[in-house]
Ligand binder design. Structure first.
Ligand SMILES: [Cu+2]
Length: 322
């Protein structure tokens, strides 16, 4: 391993916080992982110890020397080396089953949130309120939230390392996952099943906040977009409705109600653009509108080859979508 990939490994460990459980579900998995790691380390040490003993304790056989004594069939050894692995596997099986009971209790009849994987972004639909959001999923802190995981295209995998196990989203086959956060914080989530060009940029933020703030946020997401005030923003909305934007995006309060791309009704309140590839800043929005392919190669949004003026109008409008 060279220095570069060595530091990259640390970077990954820092970003993918597998060893920083922040929920009862993640802690159960973490505890099991520690037991498994300890068992593996002991087995590794025993195997390496025996190999070293054989290597160093017995000089190499040379031409002309007598063959070592041949041993064949030893019931005691055979029973021992069958019984020990069997016991280890049985114990790990029982511990795993117990962990699954904690990290994965049966789902309720109706999920709280339906999460849908798209190439390459995440949609979340709140079943009680009807709120629809993209790439930023809020939940109330300290409460187990039931997710149903769907996909509209290929296999994806939903993973918030600090909070819960990984689970694949399968087109036509809903999966269920409980998610819970002990502390109010923003947790980073990933897609962990290769799903095409931009698989690596299919991040999402899972924001756990106190019940009251969560409810405020959810209510805000339900509100339609306000009509644009400035002249530029009005022209931006007109452009949005004339161009094919409306075939792929929804903005509540306008004619746009398509679901192929992220819902943009409250786009400006999100922290990230393009499922985490860049921060959601006015400059990055302009770059995106100039050419999404330059920001996120392969993204399923075409380059409209807008003039600077058109980009300004669209950006002025989209920035009002708080
Ligand atoms: Cu993926």
């Amino acid at each position: 391993m060279n220095l570069h990939s060595f530091s990259a490994a640390f970077l990954v460990a820092d970003v993918v916080k597998v060893f920083n459980p922040q929920s009862p579900q993640a802690r159960a998995i973490f505890d099991l992982a520690i037991v498994v790691i300890v068992v593996m380390v002991v087995i590794f040490a025993v195997v390496v110890g025996i190999v070293m003993y054989a290597l160093l304790g017995f000089p190499r056989w040379r031409e002309g020397e007598r063959d070592p004594e041949q041993v064949e069939g030893n019931n005691t050894i055979e029973i021992v080396w069958t019984a020990i692995p069997l016991a280890i596997v049985t114990i790990l099986f029982v511990l795993s089953a117990r962990t699954m009971g904690i990290s994965d209790p049966p789902p309720p009849p109706k999920p709280d949130i339906v999460v849908i994987g798209h190439q390459w972004w995440w949609e979340a639909r709140y079943t009680n309120s009807g709120a629809i959001v993209a790439n930023e999923i809020h939940i109330p802190v300290g409460k187990a939230v039931a997710l149903r995981l769907d996909s509209v295209d290929v296999l994806h995998e939903f993973w918030v390392p600090e909070l819960a196990r990984k689970l694949t989203t399968v087109p036509g086959h809903p999966n269920h996952l409980w998610i819970q956060a002990d502390k109010p914080a923003t947790y980073l989530g990933f897609c962990t099943e290769f799903c095409g060009t931009q698989h690596a940029w299919m991040h999402f933020l899972l924001v756990a906040e106190p019940q009251e703030e969560f409810q405020k946020w959810e209510q805000a997401q339900l509100a339609p977009a306000p009509p644009p005030a400035s002249e530029n923003a009005q022209k931006g909305l007109a452009l949005f409705e004339q161009m094919t934007c409306v075939n792929c995006h929804a903005i509540k309060g306008t004619i746009a109600s398509a679901t192929f791309g992220p819902d943009l009704t409250h786009f400006a309140s999100r922290k990230q653009l393009g499922a985490g590839i860049v921060a959601n800043t006015p400059e990055n929005l302009r770059r995106w509108l100039h050419d999404p392919q330059q920001v996120k190669i392969g993204a399923k949004m075409p380059n409209f080859k807008f003039t600077d003026e058109q980009v300004t109008q669209l950006a002025d409008y989209i920035e009002t979508l708080k």
